[in-house]
Design a protein around this ligand. Structure first.
Ligand code: PMP
Length: 350
């Protein structure tokens, strides 16, 4: 295509999990959405925001949302940037926090959007394979002078958390920018947000998509030194978070009780799913997120993925070394898990 630039011509596109039109026909355990609905207070706040004021632009920095988030984490608001999902924050990082001659690095396997964005922006990068135990290999990340590294805590698709001590000693030596993507951190609770008070080269990203059941609303956060936050504000679209998203996000953060209840339900269901998979002979990586990374010693994961899809159950299977051995299954409701286990039992016992 003659209008595409060199980066666009050479890049592989990001492939999201399937979002079928006829959602009701499927059990959807492929994109790590929360199986439980968002807080009623969120729906109410969005409905209330549907008024004549929609003709007005929203607050350009979603300041009330940022203030609320900052307060929850004992930070001042100048440490917080509110984004249109955490994906927007990664886009901005590639737009303004790295030069095209510098090099980036990301773990593999991990969230493939990092590789896509590096390619889209013409940033050379290395994929640093996880260790044998599927942990981030921080030693390897120190072998070259990387300008930008993004790691996920917990990682997607493995569900493994980052060891805090390892991350801290890495940051004590690392001179570039370290982004820690905590989209799933609420499901186990040990955030590394405090690092931003100590290190001015660390950005933490968070999301309302998973733990707050708001993937459709598109709200995420970057937490970092105020100089970095000022960079995000310079780079962003003028009104990057809509009026409705700001109203919903604020109500979500304020409903602490509803949030805790939902997290506990997901955790309980995850334990149940892990137990059921173990009974069927699956080998599952202990997960700190709202999904499990699992494989069966006798049946290939690709085959299970395809057969489940024929039976209207969507889970995720990724091509490529290490990850193609596994299935990634999002935690569903009890009914969804039971339906999944019933089909898996038939498939593995055949
Ligand atoms: N980080 C990771 C590791 C993810 O898996 C996802 C979801 N695909 C995201 C970020 C995106 O989050 P958001 O919906 O906030 O853009």
């Amino acid at each position: 295509m003659k209008f595409w630039n060199k980066n666009l011509r050479n890049m592989a596109e990001y492939i999201p999990g399937e979002q079928p039109q006829n959602l009701d026909e499927y059990i959807k355990l492929n994109t790590n959405e929360n199986p439980f609905p968002p807080s009623k207070a969120v729906i109410e706040a969005i409905k209330n925001a549907c008024d004549d004021n929609l003709r007005r632009y929203p607050n350009p920095t979603a300041v009330a949302v940022g203030q609320c988030f900052a307060q929850m984490h004992s930070l001042t608001v100048d440490h917080v940037f509110v984004g249109n999902g955490s994906d927007e924050i990664f886009t901005l990082i590639f737009r303004g926090f790295i030069e095209s001659k510098e090099r980036a690095a990301f773990p593999y396997p991990s969230y493939s959007l990092y590789y896509t964005l590096a390619e889209a922006n013409g940033i050379p990068y290395d994929k640093i394979t996880l260790t044998k135990s599927l942990d981030v290999d921080f030693e390897k990340f120190l072998e070259k002078n990387y300008a930008l590294i993004i790691v996920a805590n917990p990682n997607n698709p493995t569900g493994k958390k980052i060891n805090k001590k390892d991350a801290r000693s890495f940051l004590e030596k690392f001179k570039g920018l370290l982004v820690i993507d905590e989209a799933y951190v609420d499901f186990y609770g040990e955030t590394l947000i405090d690092f931003v008070k100590e290190f001015d080269n660390c950005i933490i990203t968070r999301s309302l998509s998973k733990s707050y059941s708001l993937a459709g609303l598109r709200v995420g956060f970057a937490i970092a030194h105020p100089d970095i936050i000022r960079g995000f504000i310079k780079l962003k679209d003028s009104y990057n978070v809509s009026r409705l998203a700001q109203a919903g996000a604020l109500a979500a953060l304020q409903d602490v009780k509803g949030f805790r209840y939902s997290i506990q339900m997901v955790r309980n269901n995850k334990e149940y799913l892990e137990e059921m998979l173990e009974n069927l002979g699956f080998e599952t990586i202990p997960s700190h997120a709202n999904f499990v990374f699992t494989k069966h010693p006798k049946v290939s994961s690709k085959e299970l993925y395809e057969k489940l899809k024929e039976r209207k159950i969507l889970v995720r299977w990724f091509e490529g070394p290490i990850q193609s051995e596994y299935l990634r299954i999002s935690v569903g409701t009890m009914m969804e898990i039971k339906a999944l286990v019933k089909e898996l039992r038939e498939l593995v016992e055949r």
